[in-house]
Design a protein around this ligand. Structure first.
Ligand code: SF4
Length: 1016
């Protein structure tokens, strides 16, 4: 086999076109049969690009399209085809492999001390990690026997996770062999052993293009292919020397090593790089100093290189879309522009949205996660609803999905929302049915809900079974559910080959069939409903579906792998963030990197070099290259990709243009899309001559005109604070923390959109902890002691099971519950044991106080409401206000002025309103937070302020600031009421300045831009 080195970009692509022309020229007239030529490429996209190149060349050289094209195969599919010829064991599909490994891992860890007795919690994530590790080991040709040998030589052989890996790998190999199956690595190993050169005899020429790395087993097979008498290996690199001289950290090290492993010499340069590219090739990832590299810049450097950072991802993609549009208007052919992102799944939807807004024709690399399709989410909603005991949001999702049978009755979702609001329920099968039974027909109108809800509950009944069942049983149940749901009929109502939902449905059907097949293959493994649903969701996340293109024209929005090949004129490489490029891989939990490296497994290093080689290639692949990264994602600042440091010599030589803080302009004249124009016009007001534009029949103009003509109905002049006479303690606390923030949050009711997630929020976690602890003391009577602590723990765990059981079964939610049971509940019990010994008992739980009267300075009386988590009382009527906290809380200050506001106000309110109750409250002597999560690293029961004359030493994080004389303590209570009065008067007066109690608060505040704090 010979090696030819082709430079990146147009020079290299032209050279490849020349090689094809040379091949075609061997036939001077028809018939043009070239199927004796084989091209092997790494991606389907390059395969299609070659297909187009053949037609172009044919048309140019022979003015004909009548040819039998050379065969172009991706390496992966070609090896699969060869292995079919080699006979041997059948290839196990990806889903069956996951099912097998999950079953093996679960049986390995069940009952083992190191992993506890809860394999249903650990198995899914552990099995995924084991599956990845086994895949890496087997792809590198390491058998379980070799692994055991290597582990025995290291110091980690007796670690539980290493034993688990060895045991699982051994069982995996054994089961595959016993069933006559092979995984992809086994298939390659068999192929390498049985390879017969005669399989290639129908090819006169073989060309391998675009490979820059291969696994050990692929290399073994490629070596056999290289034995063909006319085989050429095309390598993309600036020059043969750049490969030969590649050091350990250079991106071309992978190619250099691949050639060595294939037993090939570096070979001849097929064409040489331009001067600018030769300079760049030497300067980037250079082993020498940046200064030396900078000095070698040619004075005539003409390449247009730019590095820009935008304030957000949206601004970043808007900037790219704007630049692309400008180039297109200047006459640049769309398909010569590449827009690439290291994580296309993250950027793809945003890029599609903005490119559509900008009117840019584009082609996005195909393949979308099946789990993101609305067709799949409709199926998952049905199942999740059953697990969440038919919560309100899950039912609304089902009733409003256009893909389920209820899609024909659009009135259902509003009727359900109305019922829940009126009856103040948040869902739940029993509660809903009871509410429906009790609804009076006159008040509620016709009952449209009972029948569909009953129908839904009956259809989901099989999924409420508690017992584990085999995968096949669960898949049968799902198949009946899908027939009932009408999914297939509703999806097929939407016509057209490019219908995304139809394609997603087809993939969904294929994925479910493959899971059923896995169930048939391994009937011995069983799953609870939650485990099965987790497996289903995980499979949907891995599966990808494609929308078949009728045309791949337009600006190319691609991932890294797909961007190989073709002569790009402009390249935009976005999303260059640390952690995403190179992608931060999880550390493997099984073996030290040194042990893996000795075995030839270099996952982390290879991932870094792979990303580096794409970065290097793209910078050298077009005359105009723009690199971008967002400065923030959500509210988090971003660190740019470490590869950008490689641009230092270019910076020093002044051959790269840089800018930061890029954001789109809101000037009407700068608008590049209809949404930008609409935003600009909404700010600009009336503009002379605009009617002409708005009256044109351009798409989107009618919408803008209607928007500008819209006159909002009369709104009340004030937010009505002046008339208010009732306030809650929490809102007063918010006002004191920052009046402006109070105004935005409580009066305008604006809050940042929350990420849609099945994970419970910090707020939900707090509510659950509160509910569990309240229920504990409703049931538990008497002190907590060492003797009954196990019982108390069991009771808390049972309440936790129930509270957290309503939530989705996600990894984080399991962790939240685990955190409650193992940390918060234990800390709580520690505190309770001490409390009872001090003569206090929890007397009031979640006590509502609704009639506390507060006189304002002008004599007006207002009412303050509040709910106190707990009041602990002793036999003399002395009491301590208690507040449970799962997050942070204010600590006491040495001064009389305190940031702690709610607790002292509660103390005064309780004293005034609970004097005639049993037990009676006579004197407030302490204020305590329960630091359930241990945020302050002090005691759980943190008595933040107390009367030291009435209480002996109390547990406290601030032992100097917490104890106060009786007079000081009383003064703090009085001052808190003064603060409450000040807050009420501020709200009533409509006084909302941006004066936070603590300036640190502004650092994480979403209002920073609005309140003017950012500019101060
Ligand atoms: S940024 Fe600071 S001053 Fe502005 S609203 Fe937020 S907390 Fe208040």
């Amino acid at each position: 086999m010979q090696t030819r080195v082709a430079p990146y970009g147009a020079a290299g692509w032209n050279e490849k076109a020349r090689i094809v022309e040379e091949l075609f020229s061997k036939k001077s007239g028809p018939p043009f049969l070239y199927n004796d030529v084989l091209f092997i490429v790494p991606s389907s996209r390059l395969r299609r690009t070659y297909g187009r190149l053949f037609l172009d060349i044919m048309e140019r050289t022979s003015r004909s399209h009548a040819l039998v094209q050379p065969e172009v195969q991706t390496l992966h599919l070609f090896l699969q085809r060869l292995s079919a010829k080699a006979g041997g064991p059948a290839l196990i599909d990806e889903n069956s492999r996951l099912v097998l490994l999950e079953g093996i891992v679960k049986s390995c860890i069940t009952g083992k001390g190191a992993f506890g007795n809860t394999p249903d919690i650990l198995a899914p994530s552990l099995s995924a990690a084991v599956a990845d590790m086994i895949e890496e080991l087997s792809a590198s040709g390491i058998s379980s026997e070799q692994l055991t040998g290597a582990a025995a030589m290291s110091e980690v052989s007796d670690k539980p996770q290493v034993k688990l890996l060895m045991e699982a790998y051994g069982a995996y190999e054994h089961i595959l062999a016993a069933r006559g199956l092979a995984d992809p690595a086994g298939m390659l190993a068999h192929l390498a052993d049985q390879f017969d050169p005669s399989w290639l005899s129908s090819y006169s020429t073989i060309i391998i293009d675009g490979l820059h790395d291969a696994s050990e087993l692929q290399v073994r097979v490629l070596r056999k292919i290289a034995g063909h008498h006319d085989c050429t290996f095309l390598v993309d690199a600036p020059s043969p020397d750049s490969i030969r001289n590649a050091g350990d950290y250079h991106p071309l090290r992978l190619v250099k090593e691949l050639l060595a492993r294939l037993g090939l010499m570096v070979g001849e340069a097929a064409a040489s790089s331009a001067t600018d590219d030769s300079y760049l090739a030497d300067a980037l990832f250079s082993a020498g100093s940046f200064d030396d590299a900078a000095k070698k810049a040619p004075s005539s450097f003409r390449k247009d290189l730019r590095l820009l950072s935008a304030i957000t991802m949206r601004e970043e993609v808007s900037f790219i879309a704007g630049e692309v549009k400008r180039s297109l208007l200047a006459g640049m052919p769309p398909d010569s522009i590449l827009v690439a992102f290291p994580s296309l799944d993250e950027y793809g939807p945003l890029a599609e949205e903005l490119f559509t807004d900008f009117g840019i024709p584009y082609n996005r690399a195909l393949g979308r996660q099946l789990s993101t399709s609305p067709v799949t989410t409709a199926v998952v909603s049905l199942l999740s609803s059953c697990r969440e005991d038919f919560s309100g949001p899950s039912l609304l999702r089902i009733f409003s999905s256009p893909f389920l049978k209820f899609g024909e009755a659009p009135s259902l979702a509003p009727a359900l929302a109305r019922l829940m609001a009126e009856r103040r329920i948040t869902g739940g099968r029993h509660k809903l049915l009871t509410a429906l039974k009790r609804s009076s027909p006159e008040a509620a109108g016709p009952d449209v809900l009972t029948e569909p809800l009953g129908d839904l509950f009956a259809a989901l009944e099989p999924f409420s079974a508690k017992d584990p069942a085999s995968l096949t049983v669960w898949m049968d149940r799902l198949s009946s559910l899908l027939s009932w749901s009408g999914l297939s009929g509703r999806v097929t109502l939407i016509k057209g080959p490019l219908n995304r939902n139809l394609q997603a449905y087809k993939k969904l059907a294929g994925t479910l069939a493959s899971l059923r097949q896995a169930g048939n293959l391994f009937p011995e493994y069983s799953y609870t409903f939650s485990e099965w649903l987790f497996l289903l969701k995980k499979t949907f996340m891995h599966a990808r579906f494609q929308v078949p293109p009728d045309d791949e024209g337009g600006v190319q929005i691609l991932g890294m792998e797909e961007s190989i090949g073709y002569a790009w004129q402009e390249i935009y490489l976005g999303g260059l963030m640390d952690g995403a490029f190179p992608r931060r891989l999880p550390q493997n939990i099984f073996l030290p990197e040194a042990t893996l490296e000795a075995l030839g497994v270099r996952t982390l290093e290879n991932a870094r070099l792979n990303a580096a080689s794409h970065f290097y290639r793209l910078l050298l692949s077009a005359p105009r290259v723009t690199l971008t990264w967002p400065e923030n994602v959500g509210d988090k600042p971003i660190v740019p990709s470490p590869f950008l440091a490689e641009l230092t010599p270019l910076r020093k030589a002044g051959v790269i243009t840089e800018a930061s803080n890029v954001q789109f302009s809101l000037k009407v004249g700068d608008s590049r899309s209809i949404p930008e124009l609409a935003k600009a016009l909404s700010l600009a007001g009336d503009i002379a001559g605009l009617e002409k534009v708005l009256d044109s029949d351009l798409e989107g103009m009618a919408g803008i005109s209607a928007g500008l003509d819209y006159k909002p109905s009369e709104t009340p002049g004030t937010l009505g604070t002046r008339e208010r006479t009732e306030f809650s303690v929490t809102e007063l606390d918010d006002y004191l923390k920052c009046p402006y923030d109070y105004y935005v949050k409580r009066l305008l009711r604006i809050s940042p959109l929350e990420e849609v997630s099945e994970d419970i929020s910090a707020l939900d976690r707090g509510s659950k902890a509160h509910a569990i602890l309240r229920r504990f003391y409703e049931e538990w009577k008497g002190p907590v002691t060492a003797g009954n602590r196990d019982k108390a723990r069991e009771l808390l765990a049972a309440f936790a099971d129930r509270e957290f059981g309503y939530e989705a079964d996600t990894f984080r939610n399991r962790r939240e519950k685990d955190l409650f049971v193992t940390v918060m509940a234990e800390r709580f019990l520690d505190a309770e044991a001490v409390l009872w010994r001090q003569g206090f008992r929890p007397a009031y739980l979640e006590k509502k106080i609704e009639s506390f009267k507060l006189a304002l300075t002008d004599g007006t009386i207002v009412e303050i409401h509040g709910k106190i988590d707990r009041i602990d009382v002793d036999d003399n009527g002395n009491f301590i206000i208690v507040d449970y906290k799962t997050g942070g809380y204010p600590l006491p200050l040495m001064t009389a002025e305190q940031e702690i506001f709610q607790l002292p106000v509660y103390a005064v309110m309780a004293l005034q309103t609970l004097t005639d109750k049993d037990p009676v409250l006579r004197r407030s002597i302490g204020l305590a937070y329960y630091d359930l999560a241990g945020k302050n690293k002090g005691p759980t029961r943190d008595v933040v302020l107390y009367n030291k004359e009435a209480l002996v030493d109390q547990p406290s994080t601030k032992p100097k600031a917490s104890p106060r004389s009786a007079a000081d303590f009383e003064a703090i209570l009085t001052m808190s009421i003064d603060s409450a009065r000040r807050a009420v008067e501020g709200i009533v007066a409509g006084d909302f300045p941006s004066t936070p109690q603590d300036e640190n608060r502004c650092r994480y505040c979403p209002n920073e831009m609005m309140c003017g704090k950012q500019d101060s």
